[in-house]
Design a protein. Structure first.
Lengths: 499, 321
């Protein structure tokens, strides 16, 4: 490692819609090292790597490439510098061939107006060999297994002689043997002087492959450690070590009776998940992205087919095969992505909040506007919803108020069990507090609440117990009052033992 | 009527009417031909067929769909109407025969629409493709039924002709359009179904997560499109005194144009029946004034093209503000 870093970022700030994603973060990568970037969900890893890739423009930042100040204003600019990207959601063109995928956007090749097929094949062959891909360059990308798609992305980065390759969760969809081959490739690249930024939250992999580890938390850089001089416990402590906001107080005791029980639920993504939820209980669901938290909601809400196992609601077995069936049974689901799965953005606050209960507000198919306003008013008031008017489009609301509209939609259905998928993601602290209070009240009414969150302090504070997931498995249920963040994080990142 | 004021297309309509008044030729007594009662009601009658189709097309487009098959379904309906009314006197008299013709034409058209909707929602194929296919297939069906020939209803005093003469009255044509417009306005604005139509077009995924009956709403919307096209087909047959398997070519595009000029978004979720009525009137007035001025019909098409783009561009700009 030379003393001059290949890339050095300092004072990186980025806000999205007023919510900070990065606050004065810094990061540097030396030549020929594998540098892991780690942090909890929402810590700013993806934003930072997209800034390096030129896909996101920071609000302010000082960037030096080999000591020279530079601005990375577009993916093309990043490519000119020699930065290649292998994104989490593989950004390849599935209907084009491997060769076309490699040269598309490649400045060196696109200058030419005409492409000679033979020349193109030869050009790609070199990089395919380096990446360890044996397919013909004319194979269509969508016919490749996913592990090979990733190699195509790596070959693309190599083709414009990238000196720095960003890999965002590269192993999340790979089988074990492919992970081994990927690591071998990373080591070969490193030996050739290429630097790798490895974004992941899989501890074991990071310690296997990384030279140095930088931890992000809440958009700030907590520190950088040399992998051989630290251990998993120290890294976890750096990831979670935030002060608990202890102002909410513990939730009231739950009832003893079970409202919902899951027995060995197995779906496409879940493996033998069992748990019991009591009346009045808030059961937290912890785990990293991809651990199967949302999929648990999908199984309960009739979105995913249950392969084996069963749910029992107040003692009787239920098999919801669609969301409307689930709603009929008294199950509600506040989805993870409120814009994509929750809101009708062009419709009004009132229309959104009564969306799931219109059947009750009609006579002969005609809506009673009076009933509609009457039914929703107390609910809106109860959650201190701030909107210009009931008729204001929901798109004009802040994220927190939008989330309250969605929550109102479910409260109006008066569910027995409510699955809240990361309800406080990306909303301001005031709205968070309101949502904690509402969830508390719902539990107080005897409903069963499943509360998914990426923020451990929130779970520890709000919930009675916390179910920790990893790779679709239930890794254990801990008592929220006795557990620590470290304990949960250890469960969430530990190896799944064959059950 | 704050909702009307929000409609930017109303301004466009006012502008076009103003231009029409100014550009209108004078009659021999010095009056403005465009403003003559006879002419104004002609405008309404001429746009009624497209207007009726456009009402249901508005629903389809609100769900982020499209129905390209309406022109062919219209031709099919004219043929069914013609075939039934021209049959030698049926038992039950003229009235029954006419009622059967109208009823069967409407029901069969609605069924074709329902088939569109069923294929779209059950097999999840893009509406564009499904209705493109039925645009071709139903045109074939109409031609096959009539062996490629027009079915003349005639102008005599028999059952068929008197049916056509009755339906062809201005009051009946315009009255049908007006009544349907009111019904469709109310359904969209006041019913649960109308709310679902907009919700599904706005965000189908969120609709699924809210437990909305997406499949049945979609089937219903395409069924309505077929039904209204059937009604338009009956009127068309009466106006032209014939069942014509080649009728209604490119009508789907005129109907879509009316909807789009009225401010309904092809992306779904936003739009209104009021807008579609205004859009239809804009096209109607424009066509009328160009014809009063004896403008070449080919030039007419070019002018329409400009108006469509202009109307949508203006609405887009105002939205961005």
């Amino acid at each position: 490692m030379s003393c001059e870093p290949l890339i050095l970022l300092e004072g990186v700030n980025k806000r999205y819609d007023g919510a900070k994603a990065l606050a004065d973060a810094s990061f540097s990568v030396a030549e020929g090292e594998v540098h892991a970037l780690i942090g909890e969900n929402g810590a700013g890893k993806s934003t930072l790597s997209k800034i390096i890739a030129g896909a996101v423009i920071p609000d302010s930042a000082s960037v030096r490439w080999r000591g020279e100040p530079v601005r990375i204003e577009s993916p093309i600019a990043a490519q000119h510098l020699g930065i290649g990207i292998v994104f989490q959601e593989l950004d390849l063109f599935p209907n084009l061939s491997i060769a076309e995928n490699i040269v598309i956007g490649n400045v060196r090749m696109e200058r030419r107006q005409w492409v000679n097929r033979k020349e193109l094949g030869a050009f790609c062959q070199t990089y395919l060999e380096q990446a360890g891909l044996s397919e013909s360059p004319w194979t269509r990308v969508r016919d490749l297994p996913i592990a090979h798609m990733q190699l195509v992305a790596i070959a693309r980065a190599l083709s414009f002689e990238a000196r720095l390759i960003l890999m965002d969760e590269p192993t999340s969809s790979l089988p074990d043997d492919a992970v081994e081959r990927l690591f071998a490739l990373i080591r070969r690249l490193r030996a050739g002087g290429v630097s790798i930024v490895y974004v992941s939250h899989k501890m074991k992999e990071i310690f296997e492959i990384a030279d140095r580890i930088t931890v992000l938390r809440d958009g700030a850089t907590i520190g950088t450690r040399t992998a051989s001089e630290t251990n998993i416990d120290e890294i976890i402590a750096m990831m979670v070590g935030r002060e608990l906001a202890a102002e909410y107080g513990a939730p009231a005791d739950a009832y003893r009776e079970t409202i919902l029980s899951a027995q060995n639920i197995t779906t496409r993504k879940l493996r033998n998940v069992s748990f019991e939820l009591h009346r009045g209980e808030i059961l937290g669901v912890a785990g990293l992205v991809g651990a199967g938290r949302s999929e648990l909601g999908a199984a309960l809400f009739g979105l995913d087919r249950i392969v084996s196992g069963s749910f029992r609601l107040e003692g009787s077995e239920i098999r919801p095969h669609s969301p409307s069936a689930a709603i009929g049974l008294g199950i509600g689901l506040l989805p993870e992505d409120r814009k994509l799965q929750g809101l009708m953005m062009q419709m009004s606050v009132l229309e959104n909040s009564t969306m799931a209960v219109l059947g009750r507000l009609q006579r002969w198919g005609f809506l009673s506007r009076r009933k509609e306003a009457g039914l929703s008013a107390p609910v809106h008031r109860g959650m201190s919803l701030k909107a210009a008017s009931n008729g204001a489009p929901v798109s004009s609301l802040s994220g927190g108020n939008q989330q309250k509209v969605l929550l109102a939609k479910w409260l109006l259905t008066d569910p027995r069990v409510l699955f809240l998928d990361d309800p406080t993601r990306g909303i301001d602290i005031g709205a968070k507090r309101d949502i904690y209070r509402i969830v508390r009240e719902l539990a107080g009414q005897g409903k069963g609440i499943l509360f998914v969150s990426s923020e451990l302090p929130e779970l520890l504070q709000c919930c009675h117990r916390i179910l920790v997931m990893r790779d679709g498995h239930n890794m254990g249920i801990v008592d929220a009052r006795a557990a620590t963040q470290e304990q949960i994080m250890t469960l969430a990142t530990s190896e799944v033992t064959a059950a | 009527m704050s909702r009307l004021r929000k409609l930017k297309s109303v301004l466009g309509l006012a502008g076009i009417i103003l231009v029409a008044i100014l550009a209108s030729p004078q009659a021999s007594d010095g009056s403005n031909i465009f403003l003559q009662a006879g002419n104004l009601t002609d405008v309404l009658r001429q746009m009624s067929v497209i207007g009726i189709i456009a009402l249901a097309m508005t629903y389809v487009i609100l769900t982020a769909g499209i129905d390209l098959s309406v022109g062919s379904i219209l031709a099919f309906a004219t043929c069914v109407t013609g075939m039934i009314v021209t049959r030698p006197a049926a038992p039950g008299g003229r009235f029954t025969q006419a009622a059967l013709a109208v009823g069967i034409a409407m029901a069969a058209s609605a069924l074709l629409g329902a088939a569109n909707g069923a294929v779209i929602s059950v097999f999840r194929i893009q509406p564009f493709i499904v209705t493109l296919a039925s645009m071709i297939g139903v045109r074939g069906l109409a031609k096959w039924l009539t062996r490629n020939e027009n079915i003349d209803i005639g102008f005599g005093s028999d059952a068929a002709a008197s049916f056509a003469n009755f339906v062809n009255q201005k009051a009946v044509v315009v009255g049908t359009f007006a009544a349907l417009a009111v019904i469709f306005w109310i359904i969209l604005d006041r019913t649960v179904f109308g709310r679902y139509v907009r919700a599904i077009g706005d965000n189908e995924k969120a609709g699924r997560y809210s437990g909305l009956p997406i499949r049945s709403v979609k089937i219903a919307v395409y069924t309505l499109s077929g039904l209204l096209t059937g009604i338009a087909g009956v009127i068309y047959a009466a106006e032209n005194h014939q069942g014509n398997p080649n009728a209604g070519i490119a009508y789907e595009l005129d109907a879509i144009a009316a909807v789009v000029i009225g401010g309904t978004s092809l992306m779904g979720g936003s739009g209104s029946i009021a807008g579609t009525i205004v859009g239809t009137l804009i096209i109607g007035v424009l066509t009328n004034i160009l014809r009063l001025r004896n403008v070449d019909s080919n030039v007419e098409m070019m002018v329409k093209a400009v108006i469509i783009v202009l109307a949508v561009a203006i609405q887009k700009n105002e939205k961005a503000e």
